[in-house]
Design a protein around this ligand. Structure first.
Ligand SMILES: [Cu+2]
Length: 167
């Protein structure tokens, strides 16, 4: 009696998730092999594009600060570029990137190096060109460094440093 009933049951429940089936233990294997064919993961190895080249004449600079300037402990910094376009972090687009401010750091970060993210390495990944800088009194070095969408430095050609004295 059971022998002819079982195939009919399998057909009935094949499309379902075999919930509520009485012969659960017998169906499981068949349902599982069906599902396995659907799982084919594609690997994305080698998918990271190269760092875009820096265009001719491109530069970054502090728009409202000169070297050896004296500023107050709160100062609205303006960051600017020539040739390069300002973009948000994320997409990697040749000829564009976002600003970073390095406080008392190196003159630049080697091209391709990922810029750290902490209180001395400030990212402007929303495409900001202004920043409310707050520094304690004394001498400080400020460096602008532009990087691509995944925070890879464009190197010394897109970096600029100045020294300031905070009153
Ligand atoms: Cu960044």
């Amino acid at each position: 009696m059971k022998h002819w009933l079982l195939p009919a049951l399998i057909i009935l429940f094949a499309a379902c998730n075999n919930s509520g089936g009485k012969d659960e233990t017998k169906d499981t294997a068949a349902v599982k092999s069906e599902h396995d064919t659907m799982h084919q993961m594609q690997s994305t190895e080698g998918g990271v594009p190269e760092l875009p080249a820096v265009p001719e004449g491109a530069k970054v600079y502090f728009k409202n600060l000169k070297d050896n300037a004296t500023i107050s402990s709160s100062f609205k910094l303006e960051m600017s570029t020539e040739v390069m376009r300002i973009d948000t972090a994320g997409p990697i687009v040749a000829g564009s990137g976002h600003h970073h401010l390095l406080i008392n750091g190196p003159d630049s970060i080697a091209a391709g190096g990922v810029i750290p993210m902490d209180s001395l390495h400030i990212h402007f990944g929303k495409g900001q060109t202004e920043y409310e800088l707050k520094l304690p009194p004394g001498k400080h070095k400020l460096t602008l460094q532009m990087a691509d969408g995944i925070h890879r430095s464009y190197g010394s050609r897109l970096a600029a440093s100045i020294h300031v004295t905070v009153k």
